[in-house]
Ligand binder design. Structure first.
Ligand code: CS2
Length: 505
């Protein structure tokens, strides 16, 4: 007896061949992926972009576009390539609203490459005329900026190394410069650079950094980039924690097959993009993106209200031993602290945001933070505080002071970050301080020991974080130091009770 072997081959792993057999409830691409050609190269293929830009682009492909597929590029680690390539680039987006799950397969990633292993292939791809946009999510620190000035940090080791060896770049400014140089030499008009990280005026900042790097390398190349390359600004928003093994299991249960690297996210998503794409762009507004002339009001609202309150919750929670944002929102005091941060500090620093009621936006944020389906770890949000505090909160503090007002909650957040640098929570458990300046920051915390004044004073001297204005402000220094002393001697709960003017329970 012969058996039809083909019928016995049931895919066990996500991939093109598995799409047809997925449970009906799973949304999936119904367009012909074979007919889609790449138009975008994405640098930094982490969870965030896979919950965001790739989804908007998948919607556009689903609506019929065929020339805006994405090639994902990982700069160093092959892990994402090794997960997605055997899956034909497909992965699952699990969007969770408390107990309600929606599974969707995203098809916009056509291929994945690793620069560390395939440098010449990646540059060759970036010189092809059909690649018209390079999108990036490399986190704030990836751009090698000086936190205080927002300009290129010319002393950054990766920048120093790239200036010495510019054709083998390690840094993002070095990489973009080399790609743009090669593309120009190949006779192609430059691609548009779309920075999708949480920095105010992200396009302008990265444009300045890349132009500066290029000028240091070759004055004429710097001028070429400055005059010919578009770096639109954009505000990106979707809460997307790092994928946990439990998420992989949940997705496997829902699909009936394995996805090596799914993404878990919230239902909400928002994308505001400055509409400046000389070589064209996908019809992202079909997928709900807002194409705007001026993105700054949206960026400031999101960076300050969402990310600023995230950081506030994160540092206070890590110290208190609260693991996830949704848990922090169950605390009796923490939601009141961020409400005051919004109402007393941040909202008044914002320009009008078109079509948006900012107060309502903060109430929506509370609901998003309360989503128990998305386990967003406070320790993850604590990463890279030296890069995150300036754009999220310190710039707002400077603006408040210059308009004659005193920030009320921002000094408490800064104090919580300072206390966090000890690496030990109030339950006596150690955690890792992750930051590009971690070695310096944790050694400052160690040297200061229980001396809050010494700790605050030494940290205020770090110009790359605090700049010049805030450390020169006696009120700011006194407020931060007062809260830090309280956090160090009395702990989070008593500090918050006193801060909120409520009796200790
Ligand atoms: C978070 C952001 O990790 C963090 O610092 O504040 O990743 C945040 O979840 C996203 O910006 C939401 O759009």
């Amino acid at each position: 007896m012969t058996s039809d072997l083909r019928n016995d081959v049931v895919p066990k792993r996500l991939g093109n061949a598995a799409l047809a057999g997925l449970p009906d409830a799973v949304e999936r691409p119904t367009y012909d992926r074979e007919a889609v050609s790449p138009g975008i190269v994405h640098i930094g293929l982490g969870a965030f972009c896979r919950a965001h830009a790739m989804v908007y682009t998948d919607d556009v492909l689903q609506a019929g576009a065929t020339d805006w597929g994405i090639v994902g590029v990982c700069l160093m680690s092959p892990a994402m390539r090794d997960a997605l390539k055997p899956q034909d680039g497909l992965y699952t987006l699990l969007s969770r609203d408390n107990d309600t799950d929606v599974l969707r397969i995203i098809g916009s990633v056509l291929d994945v490459m690793v620069t560390a292993e395939q440098k010449s292939e990646v540059f060759e791809l970036l010189c092809r005329p059909e690649i018209r946009i390079v999108t990036l999510t490399v986190t704030e620190k990836g751009y090698c900026l000086d936190g205080a000035t927002g300009g290129l940090d010319e002393t950054h080791p990766a920048i120093v190394a790239d200036l010495a060896n510019p054709t083998d770049p390690q840094s993002v400014p070095g990489f973009l410069t080399e790609a743009l140089r090669l593309r120009r030499a190949a006779g192609q008009a430059p691609f548009t650079v779309l920075v999708c990280d949480n920095l105010a005026q992200n396009g302008i900042k990265v444009r300045n950094a890349v132009t500066r790097f290029a000028s240091l390398r070759d004055e004429e190349l710097g001028q070429f980039i400055s005059q010919n390359v578009a770096f639109p600004c954009t505000m990106v928003d979707r809460i997307t924690p790092a994928t946990q093994d439990a998420d992989r299991q949940k997705v496997a249960n829902g699909l009936g097959i394995v996805d090596a690297w799914p993404v878990v996210t919230e239902p909400f998503r928002q994308w505001v993009v400055e509409d400046h794409f000389p070589l064209g762009r996908p019809d992202w507004e079909r997928a709900g993106a807002i194409m705007a002339e001026d993105v700054l009001p949206y960026e400031l609202m999101k960076l300050r209200c969402l990310n600023g309150s995230h950081s506030t919750l994160a540092y206070l929670s890590v110290i208190a031993g609260i693991e996830a944002i949704a848990d922090a929102m169950m605390d009796k005091d923490l939601p009141k602290v961020i409400r005051r941060l919004w109402d007393e500090d941040l909202i008044r620093t914002l320009p009008p945001v078109p079509g948006t009621d900012v107060v309502a936006y903060t109430h929506d944020l509370e609901a998003r933070f309360r989503n128990t389906g998305v386990r967003h770890l406070t320790l993850q949000i604590s990463w890279d505080g030296s890069q995150k505090l300036p754009p999220r909160l310190l710039e707002a503090a400077v603006e408040l002071y210059s308009s004659g007002r005193d920030p009320k909650v921002i000094p408490l957040t800064v104090a919580a970050w300072m206390r966090f640098l000890s690496g030990r929570n109030e339950l006596g458990l150690d955690y890792v301080v992750t930051d590009p300046h971690a070695a310096r920051l944790t050694s400052i915390a160690k040297d200061a020991g229980a001396d809050a004044v010494k700790l605050a004073n030494t940290l205020f001297d770090i110009r790359e974080i605090f700049g010049d204005v805030l450390p020169a402000n006696a009120h700011f220094r006194a407020e931060v130091t007062k809260h830090l002393s309280s956090l160090m001697s009395r702990g989070v709960r008593k500090t918050l009770r006193a801060f909120l003017g409520e009796a200790e329970a």
